[in-house]
Design a protein. Structure first.
Length: 286
């Protein structure tokens, strides 16, 4: 039986993996989060691993408070870099495949073409720096697959979609930036893609390296917000503003569009259009 460890299991992606796990009855999933396993503590992790062995480790754990990271560097590095190093060390003991989730924030957002996997990274925030450092740790291990994603949302956890739904119900007007563009990613689709990667590896063998995944299509945060509130028939008016009108402690990439050809071709994955997945998610929580 295929043994799979999922870290950060209570977050958006981990929760979506939990939902999909039942579709794979011959795979045994172990879901952990900080309350059951502190991956930032190498002793805890090694003790946990003494009685267990895994074929795959899916690391969904991350420090994702982008603005808070600017002043909370130590904790951000502990979770986004040091914990990755710890996971790699235990993965090597059982020759497990390490699947690590990373972010568009490793790029500077100045491109005018969709980012492919070999585009040079240039993080502009502490969060981006910590995630880039985590990628470097992950890539020191030969059996690593890194999947970068962007603009993640889900019916679980805290995210932009849920914030817009809450604010749209409370306010008559919302001002949302229109000069940052990317592709929203439904965490359920990303979870499905990760399990498709594992299924492909089981049949054809491992194909290590970095891959990009987001939903298809491109929009701004303003477009995303408008679509969310239009779908739920909110009376809240959404107004487009420039990023300079909404200053934040951490610098956001202005352009976060991924080229996803590699993951689609390598693992035969079909990726839904962002609006289709958004409507699916919104229908689930209505």
């Amino acid at each position: 039986m295929v043994q799979i460890l999922v870290t950060g299991a209570k977050g958006q992606l981990g929760s979506e993996l939990h939902v999909l796990a039942g579709n794979h009855p011959t795979w045994a999933f172990t879901f952990t989060d900080i309350d059951t396993l502190d991956i930032g503590n190498v002793d805890d992790l090694e003790n946990f691993y003494k009685t267990k062995s895994f074929n795959y480790i899916i690391n969904c754990a991350a420090y994702t408070a982008v603005d808070k990271a600017e002043t909370d560097k130590d904790l951000a590095y502990k979770i986004n870099r040091d914990a990755v190093k710890n996971l790699v060390s235990v993965a090597a003991k059982s020759n497990a495949v390490f699947i690590h989730v990373s972010t568009d924030y490793v790029f500077d957002g100045t491109s005018s073409q969709p980012y492919n996997e070999d585009h040079g990274i240039n993080p502009q925030s502490v969060y981006g720096l910590t995630k880039a450092a985590g990628e470097l740790e992950a890539l020191k291990y030969q059996n690593t697959i890194i999947i970068r994603t962007a603009w993640l949302y889900s019916s679980f956890g805290n995210n932009f979609m849920k914030t817009m739904l809450r604010l749209g119900a409370e306010k008559s007007e919302l001002r949302v930036v229109f000069d940052q563009v990317g592709s929203p990613t439904y965490a359920g689709d990303l979870a499905d893609a990760i399990l498709a990667v594992i299924d492909n590896i089981e049949q054809q063998g491992i194909k290590t390296g970095i891959y990009h995944f987001s939903n298809e299509g491109v929009c701004s945060w303003y477009d995303f917000a408008w679509e969310i509130l239009h779908f739920v028939k909110s009376n809240c008016n959404v107004l487009p503003i420039e990023s300079k009108e909404y200053p934040t402690p951490a610098k956001r990439p202005a352009y976060s569009v991924f080229n996803k050809s590699k993951i689609k071709k390598t693992f035969q994955i079909e990726i839904p259009y962002w609006k289709v997945s958004l409507y699916k998610c919104l229908n689930m929580i209505k």
